[in-house]
Design a protein around this ligand. Structure first.
Ligand code: URA
Length: 231
């Protein structure tokens, strides 16, 4: 698929200009990690390697989502990725096949990645704020994201991405630990534990909002520019 076809797939017209240069957040030196108490479970997860982490996620019963899942979905991609994309949680397709973003929203995410010359698995890792499907694809509850946080924190620690991109509000709020309005938070470089973080819309939302697809394209250009400046 060439770039024009990708943009067509995203429902975008041909001409979109890059936004203004990144506005670096001032005074954001340290991480604002979600306020999960450092209990024995959190500490144990923080010491796991990839294989053990995968097993711990598969076996997890820390919240009620384990009762309705078919399988937990750890994430997919390059363990040394430069780019870490974080979604909300598995849907029905992901729950069935064990990989994040494989349904319609996943197809759009793949096309968004391709638009900035990225591909899942190649310098890219894709994860979710929660590893088990919330019933009826509802938004994960705060207790569920908190229970799952040690797994995501460990993934971030192991990957050490150059840039984190959150897709949608739950992922942004999980990492930034504050109420987030995507329209306000996008277009800036935030800080997560010393790592740059960019907020954009969730692909499932973009499938329903043509106007924000155009904004998502601006966000993609902004991400690419930010990554270039990091090098
Ligand atoms: N939506 C998400 O947030 N994550 C997935 O893995 C699939 C859909």
């Amino acid at each position: 698929m060439n770039r024009d076809q990708i943009l067509k797939e995203m429902g975008l017209g041909p001409i979109w200009k890059l936004r203004q240069p990144p506005k670096k957040k001032r005074g954001a030196e340290s991480a604002t990690a979600p306020a999960t108490p450092v209990d024995a479970r959190t500490a144990a997860i923080a010491a796991l390697g990839w294989d053990e982490l995968r097993q711990a996620v598969a076996d997890c019963q820390a919240c009620a989502l384990c009762k309705t899942r078919q399988q937990a979905v750890l994430g997919v991609g390059d363990p040394d990725a430069d780019w870490l994309f974080i979604g909300e949680g598995p849907g029905a397709d992901e729950d069935a096949c064990g990989e994040p973003f494989v349904g319609k929203a996943g197809k759009l995410l793949d096309n968004m990645l391709a638009a900035i010359d990225l591909k899942r698995g190649a310098r890219v890792y894709i994860a979710n704020a929660v590893k088990c499907r919330p019933p009826d694809n509802r938004t994960p509850e705060p207790g569920e994201t908190a229970a799952c946080w040690p797994f995501l924190a460990r993934q971030i620690e192991l990957i050490q991405p150059k840039l984190i991109v959150t897709l949608g509000k739950p992922a942004a709020q999980t990492l930034l630990q504050q109420e987030v309005k995507i329209a306000d938070a996008r277009g800036q470089v935030h800080d997560f534990a010393g790592m740059p973080l960019i907020v954009t819309y969730h692909p499932a939302y973009l499938l329903r909002s043509l106007l924000d697809k155009a904004r998502a394209w601006e966000d993609l250009c902004f991400m690419r520019k930010t990554m270039k400046e990091l090098r």
